[in-house]
Design a protein around this ligand. Structure first.
Ligand SMILES: CC(C)(COP(=O)(O)OP(=O)(O)OC[C@H]1O[C@@H](n2cnc3c(N)ncnc32)[C@H](O)[C@@H]1OP(=O)(O)O)[C@@H](O)C(=O)NCCC(=O)NCCS
Length: 395
């Protein structure tokens, strides 16, 4: 097997057939084939590796140079996408080999973190990835918000085709990237797909000249569903303004459906709101995302509490080894030190679970991601308190 990086102009001929077989209805008719070819512009900056046997491409995988907020600091993050092997070549280790090389290459290029939507979490757990919460779908009839429709709220709402409002929407997502733990954004070449989309409206709430909430959405038909994508909010006023906007569809649609971060509690949004909140996880069609740390020392500077622990990360090609994690100055100092003691032994998934705040040290142990003595657990809990990351970007 030879693995090599594809140039952008090789993508339509070499990557597209493998991707189309794996992810599209097939065989593709002429219209779909044409659309897929045109969409290649949205992948132009991806790093794509292809595995070939005797010059025949059999599998490929891509990384998207993204950015992600972890505990208040924005880091370069590699989004892994489009991992695909042609059917006759499956179960021979091509995907494994591609992902291994891709993660190393992205780490060497300065990507501190990596995230993906897994076809099967157990496959990626062995690569050191840990599960993150998935968004919830909230469904409610618009008539239960009619009280809110009459409320005088100090803000304005605009509604326009997504294409027209794209720059302001993009700017708002960049702001949330700086402010919200776990939030990630795609590079410009990839989000242009939304700018070019004709099938989405964009509603934005503003107060004091600043965008405070936004969501893209579409309406399935008269008496149908107002189906919103992720409801992005900077504060409760922004959320109330969007809900008020949805309520205006009371005589038009039977139901509103919105995607929200895992920590949202719709039952507290408004009085008399009758809503159903759902999070369906299934594979490969409805996965919760996963993420991992690719470079532990690069996390130095995270705001933290005054604890000091030594950890050993076991059997990981990217962050394996012994480290001292020292938060006594108020921001995390990390030293890679082969001679350090081992307060805790962690897999890369266990360490990633602590860093992202999705696992408590006790859960790390219960899940089989490490061995943590009691006093070290307390110190790790202080260094990495529980947080709820919201990944946002889909790729
Ligand atoms: C998912 C997909 C990429 C896997 O590709 P693949 O090349 O078969 O993957 P690998 O061979 O590296 O690994 C798959 C499994 O085969 C096993 N395997 C690898 N080599 C093997 C061998 N020689 N004999 C038997 N099993 C083997 C691996 O251990 C792995 O199983 P495990 O996770 O239980 O350990 C492929 O099935 C596919 O293209 N699916 C459709 C698209 C998709 O869903 N992509 C992922 C979304 S990003």
């Amino acid at each position: 097997m030879e693995i090599r990086e594809l140039s952008a102009d090789e993508r339509p001929e070499i990557s597209l057939p493998i991707q189309a077989y794996a992810f599209q209805a097939s065989p593709a008719d002429d219209r779909l084939a044409e659309t897929l070819r045109n969409n290649q512009q949205y992948y132009a900056g991806n790093v794509t590796l292809v595995a070939e046997e005797d010059g025949v491409p059999l599998a490929d995988a891509s990384a998207i140079p993204m950015r992600q907020n972890v505990r208040g600091i924005v880091f370069p993050m590699a989004g892994i996408a489009g991992v695909a092997t042609l059917p006759l070549a499956r179960r021979r280790g091509y995907a494994r080999a591609l992902v291994t090389q891709l993660l190393g290459q992205m780490r060497d290029a300065g990507h501190v973190l990596s995230a993906l939507y897994p076809f099967r979490p157990s496959f990626y757990q062995r690569f050191g990835f840990v599960g993150l919460p998935r968004t919830r779908t909230v469904r409610f009839p618009p008539e239960c918000l009619t009280d809110l429709m009459r409320a005088e709220l100090p803000g304005e709402v605009t509604c326009e085709p997504a294409k027209a409002g794209y720059p302001a929407y993009r700017e708002f997502t960049q702001r949330l990237l700086r402010e919200q733990h776990g939030f990630s954004v795609l590079p410009d070449y990839r989000t242009m797909e939304l700018r070019d989309a004709r099938d989405r409206w964009l509603v934005m709430a503003q107060a004091d000249g600043e965008v405070i909430a936004a969501t893209t959405y579409r309406i399935t038909g008269h008496a149908g569903v107002l189906a919103a994508d992720d409801m992005l909010t900077a504060n409760p006023l922004g959320r109330a303004l969007l809900l008020q906007f949805f309520a205006r569809h009371v005589d038009q649609v039977r139901e509103v459906e919105v995607q929200v971060p895992a920590g949202e509690l719709p039952e507290l949004w408004a009085t008399d709101l009758t809503a159903v909140t759902q999070a369906k996880t299934s594979f490969p069609d409805s996965p919760a995302p996963m993420a991992r740390v690719l470079s532990l020392t690069s996390l130095a500077g995270l705001p933290t509490s005054p604890e000091r622990v030594t950890v050993e990360i076991t059997s990981d090609p990217y962050i394996g080894g012994r480290y001292v994690l020292d938060g006594r100055s108020g921001s995390l100092e990390i030293t890679h030190d082969a001679a350090a003691g081992t307060g805790a032994t962690l897999t890369a998934a266990g360490l990633s679970g602590l860093v992202y705040g999705v696992l408590d040290p006790d859960e790390v142990v219960v899940r089989g991601f490490g061995d943590i003595p009691r006093d070290t657990a307390a110190a790790l809990r202080g260094l990495f308190p529980r947080r709820q990351p919201y990944l946002f970007a889909r790729f």
